[in-house]
Design a protein around this ligand. Structure first.
Ligand SMILES: [Zn+2]
Length: 417
């Protein structure tokens, strides 16, 4: 079957005519009008219009006349943010055990830039690049798994993780893969839970550290129910590294036996280690969040870890994870900051996402705040019954723009003039 090339496909997805036909009195390709713009990168939280020309944000101001743009999105009564940046997803669909398709789960839900967190290792990375990164409308980056087989299935049927045998780690091959894919690999990933790494956790982390240091990249470390104490793991991290699943409720968590955040965790945060959420299937415990937040410890970044076993609940998408933090009492501005400019700065992304500053790539998300009763389920240890808390606000993605193009069909009015 003949496949459409990316160049042929893009005009079908987008709604904008080529820039050459823009009339003189219509300086803008697209105007997002009347929404409350929340852009923590410039401490902006106010009703503004956002104008886009040639893929870039060109103006953010009050009252830009709609006739000046060829396409207008009516964002009145809605929230306009930079396209979300989700630094923990699994989108190696059909290959890695947790994989789901990127576009329906990321860009369609407001996340324009995502990081596949270790689905692929050196042996399986070329497929991730060719089949996912090069084809997705979502901007997909990757953390390279230190195990060359990438993620192994860890289910009841097959509880054997990718680091139980360290012969699956090959430092040279990992380094070579990074050198060949510098444009899309933004760091290393190592999963250290007992089922995945057994007693090899510290050794595996040291090997990931060695590769990351040689490449000048950070490490994302997956914690929870590790054979070694968390203090030994955190002691190996440095500025710029990321702890994902920070708020899990399993053994070897961030809380001590008095329910306080360990001093060594606080010290690591002071030293520039990022506490990421990575909600996932086992790593969002209401009680751990309560205890941490009561002590003033909030996540540095909020990511979803959306994958095959949580995309139909309890994670659904990043916006739902953000809504859970609203329920915990964080402001919308604090929550959006942790899903835009902060994750944008967590890794070296070439297109510098997470902002609506003039001159930035026009990656934009539009949300509605729905009111009602929303049961928000935690995902903690897999033991006991997950706690469900009733939330009353839910952030719903209703339109996404990437590089100035509207992705898919917006769920709100779009007018072509
Ligand atoms: Zn994950």
């Amino acid at each position: 079957m003949h496949r459409l090339s990316r160049r042929q496909l893009l005009p079908l997805l987008g709604t904008l005519a080529p820039a050459g036909v823009r009339a003189q009195n219509q300086p803008y390709d697209l105007l997002i009008r009347g929404g409350r713009v929340i852009d923590p990168s410039q401490s902006l939280s106010a009703v503004r219009d956002v104008a886009v020309t040639d893929r870039k944000i060109v103006r953010v101001a009050e009252n830009i006349a709609p006739g000046q743009a060829r396409v207008v999105i009516d964002a009145r009564g809605r929230y306009v943010t930079p396209g979300l940046v989700d630094i923990h997803v699994h989108v190696y669909d059909g290959v890695a055990p947790l994989g789901i398709p990127a576009d329906p789960n990321c860009i369609a839900k407001g996340a324009t830039t995502v990081v596949d967190a270790g689905s692929a290792g050196a042996a399986t990375f070329p497929g991730l690049r060719r089949m996912v990164i090069q084809n997705a409308e979502t901007r997909v980056f990757a953390l390279l798994n230190i195990s060359l087989i990438g993620q192994s299935t860890v289910t009841e049927d097959h509880p054997w993780g990718e680091l139980l045998d360290l012969r699956h780690v090959n430092v040279k091959l990992a380094q070579k893969t990074i050198e060949q894919n510098r444009d899309v690999i933004v760091g290393m990933k190592v999963r250290l839970s007992r089922q995945i790494a057994g007693d090899n956790d510290l050794k595996a982390l040291d090997l990931a550290r060695e590769v990351a240091d040689a490449a000048g990249l950070p490490v994302m470390v997956h914690i929870g129910d590790t054979a070694s104490p968390l203090s030994s793991i955190v002691g190996r991290l440095k500025k710029g590294d990321v702890i994902t699943h920070s708020f899990h409720g399993r053994p070897q968590g961030i809380l001590n036996d008095r329910g306080r955040v360990h001093d060594f965790v606080l010290k690591a945060v002071d030293n520039g280690v990022n506490l990421d959420v990575g909600h996932g299937r086992g790593s969002f415990a209401w009680k751990v969040m309560d205890a941490a937040m009561k002590q003033g410890v909030t996540p540095g970044t909020i990511s979803s870890d959306v994958h095959q076993f949580n995309v139909n609940g309890p994670v659904f998408d990043l916006a739902t994870t953000l809504s859970k933090f609203l329920h915990l009492g964080m402001s919308l501005e604090q929550v959006i900051e942790r899903a835009t400019i902060r994750p944008a700065r967590a890794f070296r992304f070439p297109h510098q996402p997470g902002t609506l500053r003039v001159g930035a790539e026009a990656d934009i998300a539009v949300f509605e705040m729905r009111e009602g009763d929303f049961p928000y389920e935690e995902s903690s240890s897999g033991t006991g019954t997950p706690e469900i808390r009733m939330g009353h606000r839910r952030l719903m993605p209703v339109a996404t723009v990437k590089a100035g193009r509207i992705y898919g069909n917006a769920a709100i009015p779009v007018v072509r003039i």
